[in-house]
Design a protein around this ligand. Sequence first.
Ligand code: CTP
Ligand code: MG
Length: 233
Amino acid sequence: MEGNYAIILAAGKGKRMNCNINKQFIKIENKPVLYYSIDTFSKNELIDGIILVCAKDEIEYCRHEIVERYNFTKVLDIVEGGAERQDSVLNALESLKKHKCNIVLIHDGARPFVTNRILNDGIKYCKIYNACACGVKPKDTIKIKNKDGFSIDTVNRENTVLVQTPQCFNYKIILDCHEKILQQHIRVTDDTAVVEYCGNKVFLYAGSYDNIKITTPEDLQLSNRIVNNFKNN
Ligand code: CTP
Ligand code: MG
């Protein structure tokens, strides 16, 4: 029986956070940012195993301070990240070759407030469409501007989505696409772009406004508010 596996990424440098420790290890209510998403994936019965991706010099810290401390037994492996996000993803996809993987959910470790509902929907839509990602409607009007700083157009908000993670894929498709873009030296910022580049369609489903990515210091203040809501859900 082929299973559903998660890749949780924590190998970035967090430059925009401007903090002396990796943003995934900063504490929200006494637990590291990375704890929250691993906990949610671990408790989901449809997830068979988790691959964590960390910077080389943080693998041991992560193993002791997160995986062992919170007894996350679904974490099968901690693999070394790469220079860019897509390199980190590819390392993890390769390490899944030794497991029988059908669906892979790729998630930013910097998004602590992903919910069980979002994971279940991701797996459900991936079974139908082979590729899906969650997201939310922008609340502000979106403009296109020219190089002089003037607005030249307004985007129809109904047709726009702020894409989040998890992004869920048929394992063979996402692995093939990643290998292909590597050979062609294509650079992307997320995995939907990888499969789209190779001609696949990505279904977009509802994420949540609380499923924020912790990127800059003000996101930490927001997280300290969201966490109370999150614990009650
Ligand atoms: N990530 C990764 N490997 C990289 C780059 C990013 O695993 N080489 C992960 C980050 O740890 C994060 C997620 O991808 O969980 C989303 O990336 P982002 O928010 O951009 O994190 P950073 O790249 O760490 O931050 P910044 O861009 O501000 O440096
Ligand atoms: Mg980045």
